[in-house]
Structure formats: C-alpha cells, structure tokens
Design a protein around this ligand. Structure first.
Ligand code: PLP
Length: 395
C-alpha cells in the first residue's frame, strides 16, 4: 500500500517543486504531531490562522453544538442563520461605527474580490491602486493586485486599470486621483517580509483618499484578530479604512473570510442587478459558530493584552550576530538573515528539532515567526533556543 506521502505527490495538485512534506496526524494548542511521534511547535500558525492555537476546546465545543443543528442549508444571504447573524453582530461590535455590514466569504481571496466589486460599483470608478510586493490572494482579481511582475506575466491578462505604488512612500500618493476607485493595502505587508508602515504614511494615505473621494481598503487577512497586539492592525495607526477585508484567524481554524463596509457601500450589490455577489458556502454556519467562539476566546483569555510582552521576549532572546534585523509588530515578526540558503537550512534544522518556521512569498531571506498568541514564556524560550542553534550552525 502506498504511503500518504507517496499519494500526496501522486494524487494531489502540487504548488511547488519542493513541498515541505511534513505529515501531520493531529494538532493541539501550539503543537503539530506527526505519525511517528514527531512533535513540532507551530511558529507559523498555519500561516496566521491559528491565533488561538489548534483545536481550542471552546471552538471545538461550538462546532459540535452547530453540528447537532445544521450544516449547509442554502446559499449566502437568503435564510436567517443564527451563527452568521450572531458572529456578524459580534464582529461589528469590535469595530468603529462606520462599519455596519458584514459579507461572509469562504476565504481571503473571495473577501478581496467582493471588496473590489463594491468599491467599483459605489464610486462608479474603475481604477484601483495596490502596493508593490503586496499579496492579496490567488484568484484572478486578487492576483491582479499582487505587486510582483513574475506572477502578472505568468497569468496575464489580469484585471485592467490596476496600478502600483511603493508601500510606505508618501511621494507615491500623488498617483491617487479622483479617478481612483480604491487604494488596497495590507495594514502591514506580510509576504513582503513583514513591512510595518509609518504612522505618518498611513495618515497621509487616509488624507489623500479623503481628498480624492477614493475608498481606502485594508487587507487585515494576516494582521487581524490580535496578531499585532490590537484586534486589528489599523488601530495602531489612528486611522480607519472604509472597507476591511478579513480571513485566516477569523474562523478559529475553520475556513471563513469577510469584507466589512458601511451599509451604503455594501448595499450596491443588492440590486441593479440584484444578487451582485453570490456564494454558496460563504459564511458556512459551522465556520461562523467557530468564529464567534474564537472571538470570545481572544477576549476572555485576554490574549491581545499579552502580545507585546511575548513579542518583547522573542526580540530579547533572538540576539545573534547573524541576525540583521527583527521586524514586525506584536507576534507578526520576521528574522532577517542574509541569504535564502541560511533561511532554508535554519528552517530545516528547526523542523528537525521540533520547531516549525517558514519564510515569505516575496522575501526568501527572512524567517517567518507568527506563533499562536497562546504561546507561553517557556515555549518561546524553547523555540528561540532551537532557532539560535540553527543560526549558529547554518547562519
Ligand atoms: N491577503 C493576505 C494578506 C494574505 O496573506 C492572504 C493569504 O495568504 C490572502 C489575502 C488570501 O487569503 P486566502 O488564501 O484565504 O484566499
């Protein structure tokens, strides 16, 4: 009989020529477990998903309760489904009053698609501005916003009338005009290698959008749900975007995304033509039950309040002559090394020694550190010891 690893290569689509091939049997808290007794500390959180750890008991309980009631019943937006309504209500209660309506999707990319559509309809404009080195998802609309020429060329033609500015460069903001429907930015650029913008830049983006009647759309798909030490990263910058796109950490480990907007903007998909944005599975009731529980865990366990101290501990411990810089905000951090070779070998060494780390789509010279927010001081110390040893050997 073929092993799961052999079947993985044979029967499931491959997205790279060098998949990591780590087989997972189960996951609990901050740990992933392999079939031969391997135990890994997950410092990647399934790529910024498991903010409250894997299989949090409150999330499992909420999922089980919903399983007893119903799974899928109909397409999004027709029946009144309590898990959707209650989660949307809880989510809005955490946001400024300008956010009045939540559209629930299956994924981040779909949230991006929906947000782009409502921005175009509402403003009656077509042009969208995104940032170089951005990543917003892999569907063709979201991919049109990727600030990387290689992907544009490979999948051309993508959406027209999209242009790019350099992230965190105020002089580029002049290209936002009264023809621009929306500026779409990650609150902190993730796949660029965790680039935190300046407060002054964020305020200038907001100001320029206000001057030109352009909608400001923030992608908080990686940064949301406590990751940076606030529930949403925009709270660090003293500005409020017009539309917010969410996914990853939103569902407590279940697939879910959302775009959130003022009611008058969201209402454009209601008619003329009606059903302007449809999804069969978006806002799945089981995912919404998990999302509601996850939000409660973040609040009840005061996870956000602990982020700054935990991040500080990482920064203090990760002191090494081969580390060029530690960038980030809260527990969205990266360790900048010199070469991909170092990154590859340190990651490999770390995995072999029970610590899972990774790198970034647009930055292969830095190590990705984004542990569950539930990680303890002792676990941080143990993880950093392994990473430092890896850097000693391979740095
Ligand atoms: N936006 C950002 C910042 C992301 O990091 C990602 C995924 O990595 C997406 C959007 C797309 O989300 P999804 O993979 O759920 O479509």
């Amino acid at each position: 009989m073929l092993s799961n690893r052999e079947l993985f290569l044979m029967n499931t689509a491959q997205t790279s020529t060098s998949p990591r091939m780590v087989e997972i049997e189960r996951a609990e808290g901050i740990y992933l477990y392999g079939p031969e007794g391997q135990k890994y500390m997950d410092l990647v959180s399934g790529f910024n998903v498991s903010n409250i750890g894997h299989r949090h008991p409150k999330v499992i309980q909420a999922i089980q309760a919903q399983l007893e009631k119903y799974l899928h019943v109909t397409v999004y937006g027709e029946f009144v489904q309590a898990p959707q309504v209650q989660f949307a209500t809880d989510l809005l209660a955490t946001l400024p009053h300008s956010f009045q309506s939540v559209y629930l999707t299956n994924s981040g990319a779909e949230a991006v698609e929906g947000a782009m559509k409502i921005a175009k309809r509402y403003t009656g404009r077509r042009q969208i501005i995104a940032a170089r080195k951005a990543y917003h998802g892999s569907t063709q609309g979201a991919l049109s916003l990727i600030g990387n020429e290689e992907y544009h060329q490979a999948y051309a033609p993508l959406l027209p009338e999209i242009s790019f500015i350099n992230f965190n460069q105020q002089e580029d903001l002049e290209s936002i005009t009264n023809q621009t429907a929306a500026v779409i930015l990650e609150a902190i650029q993730g796949e660029a290698g965790v680039r935190v913008p300046d407060m002054a830049y964020m305020k200038a983006v907001r100001k320029r959008c206000d001057e030109t009647g352009t909608l400001l759309i923030f992608d908080e798909i990686q940064t949301g749900f406590g990751r940076t030490g606030k529930l949403f990263a925009f709270e660090h910058f003293g500005i409020v975007p017009d539309i917010l796109m969410l996914a990853k950490g939103i569902g407590g480990g279940m697939p879910l995304g959302a775009f959130v907007a003022p009611k008058q903007i969201m209402d454009v998909i209601k008619d003329n033509p009606m059903l302007g944005h449809i999804t069969t599975f978006g806002g799945h009731p089981v995912s919404c039950a998990a999302a509601k529980a996850s939000l409660e865990v973040i609040r009840d366990e005061k996870l956000i309040e602990q982020v700054a101290d935990k991040a500080q501990l990482f920064r203090e411990l990760l002191s090494h002559s081969k580390i060029k810089e530690i960038r980030g905000l809260g527990l969205m951090m990266c360790i900048q090394l010199e070469t991909f070779d170092q990154v590859y070998h340190v990651s490999k060494y770390a995995a072999e020694n029970g610590v899972m780390i990774d790198w970034y789509l647009h930055c292969e010279t830095a190590l990705r550190i984004a542990p569950p927010l539930t990680i303890t001081k002792e676990q941080i110390e143990a993880a950093c010891a392994v990473i430092l040893k890896g850097i000693d050997i391979y740095g």
